[in-house]
Design a protein around this ligand. Structure first.
Ligand SMILES: Nc1ncnc2c1ncn2[C@@H]1O[C@H](COP(=O)(O)OP(=O)(O)OP(=O)(O)O)[C@@H](O)[C@H]1O
Length: 233
């Protein structure tokens, strides 16, 4: 997936100023930056929930930026939004089954059992209402819902937010497995260390523009160049 010069506005407020990035197939790109840098807006623009006001979003070389969100999802781009947003009054199983969508992807298709293999602690809770799950379980369920659409590209918006370190490690383990299976993942994170354990490539935004880009190895070699643009060290 490639973004070429993507601009976005909220009303008159111009928040993305020509974002270029390339997510290589089967890799994980960490999109970092301070609060308000434009990370969530970038994900919303890719998913079609906020229409870009300029530029292109290409999936396998085909532009998708003018399509409606449902069509973009069917093309294989799925967003796990910030704050999870599972259906609180539906059970775990119902949350997953309503999200199921067959899609020709050339890889093993997702079903509820496979989601439970990825995140085993969801299985004993399959009848429990999603609103009563812990934050970590809700995050796992939100990722599972996206997987039920058999995506090629997963957009993850701060999956570690508000979770205890042990739970963060479990979610991260699941994300690493998805990458190993060949999914392409765009990960927005405030947790720099976590992002660096998962990333192949890094893009850092500052006030709606790319401030730094490189491979994870390049950023690891000179982390101060990255952390200068972040709130946390
Ligand atoms: N619905 C909205 N209406 C108007 N302005 C918005 C809206 N959502 C975000 N913004 C503004 O757009 C800019 C980018 O916000 P965005 O949420 O993309 O940042 P972010 O990097 O994801 O930060 P955070 O970590 O706080 O979510 C900020 O200046 C923010 O105040």
């Amino acid at each position: 997936m490639v973004l070429q010069g993507v601009h976005a506005h909220y009303g008159r407020s111009h928040v993305l100023h020509g974002i270029d990035l390339a997510l290589r197939r089967g890799s994980l790109l960490a999109l970092l930056g301070r609060n308000g840098a434009g990370k969530s807006t970038t994900l919303l623009s890719i998913a079609g929930l906020l229409k870009p006001t300029g530029g292109r979003v290409l999936l396998d070389g085909q532009p998708v930026e003018s399509q409606v969100p449902e069509a973009i999802a069917r093309r294989g781009i799925r967003l796990v939004p910030q704050g999870r947003r599972v259906f609180p009054s539906l059970s775990v199983q119902e949350n997953l089954s309503v999200a199921a969508q067959a899609r020709e992807s050339g890889r093993k298709s997702w079903n509820i059992e496979r989601v439970f293999e990825l995140f085993p602690q969801l299985k004993p809770r399959h009848r429990q209402r999603a609103g009563t799950l812990s934050g970590g379980e809700q995050q796992m369920l939100a990722i599972g819902r996206a997987l039920m659409g058999n995506p090629e590209v997963l957009l993850l918006d701060e999956p570690s937010e508000g979770l205890a370190p042990l739970i963060v490690a479990e979610v991260a383990e699941g994300i690493a497995r998805l990458k190993a299976e060949g999914l392409s993942i765009l990960l927005v994170e405030q947790n720099f260390k976590l992002a660096m354990t998962l990333a192949d490539d890094v893009v850092i935004l500052n006030t709606g523009a790319v401030a730094l880009r490189g491979t994870a190895a390049e950023v690891q070699a000179a982390p101060e160049l990255a952390t200068a643009h972040l709130s946390v060290i």
